[in-house]
Design a binder for this molecule. Sequence first.
Ligand SMILES: [Zn+2]
Length: 276
Amino acid sequence: MFHRFRVGAMNATVVSDGPLILPAAPHIFKGPDAEVVNAAVVAAGQDIAHVRVEQNCLLLETGTHKILFDNGLGSEKLYGPDSGRLLASLSEAGIDPAAIDALVLTHGHSDHCWGTMSDAGTPNFPNATIYMSQEELDFWESDPPSERLERSVAGVARHLLPLRERIVFVRDGEEFLTGVQAWLTPGHTPGHMAYLFAGNWCLTGDVAFHDPLSYAFPEAHSAYDTDREQGAETRKRLLARLADERIAVIGYHHPWPGLGRVERAGGSYRFLAGPL
Ligand SMILES: [Zn+2]
């Protein structure tokens, strides 16, 4: 599944790695009453039994580079049977993985970088330089900070570290590829990066991962954030900027294809899905 659109003079394509099935929303969003969270889920027409999120990978063709942002879960079926479609989606879109020369990662969680290596132990994107923050790689290369993270640490070792020599670290505020700027947004993970591109676009990764709940309850603690306090602070800072500067958004886990804008709504926010 793919969706083409234009970003200024550039071609862009959202390519799907397929959906993930997660627990019910009150198990993920901590703070607001479960009834209030469920009411927002129902109002959005979503299933209250399970949270279902997409994996919207962005391919940006700048003229100089073909840049893929995040690469899904690979063949591991941690969150239901329908993930792992990225290579098929690229093929449907007529995109040769060997033509992708830049792989840009928001963070090291399974559903963002386990598609880096094939099951045969070869790179899925054989000509790509990998860009991510040093804070992020340092975190996943250190001893597991908790038992809860052991599977993630092992996954990074298996799916990303075989290509460690191809990793280039990007710093907060750095324009590391033409028109693409890193924005350090820690909390979900210690070195999580959002990326600003083409002047008024932002790829937000997992800072505000769910539409509508991350917007309606930006202060809620997320069960998926490594540091829940910092995650909420970063989310509020990011959403305020996206709304006030009218920055267009691609939401990795948002309903397909994840494009839209952020608007203030009382004391919180709302995501307005495209067209932009
Ligand atoms: Zn994610």
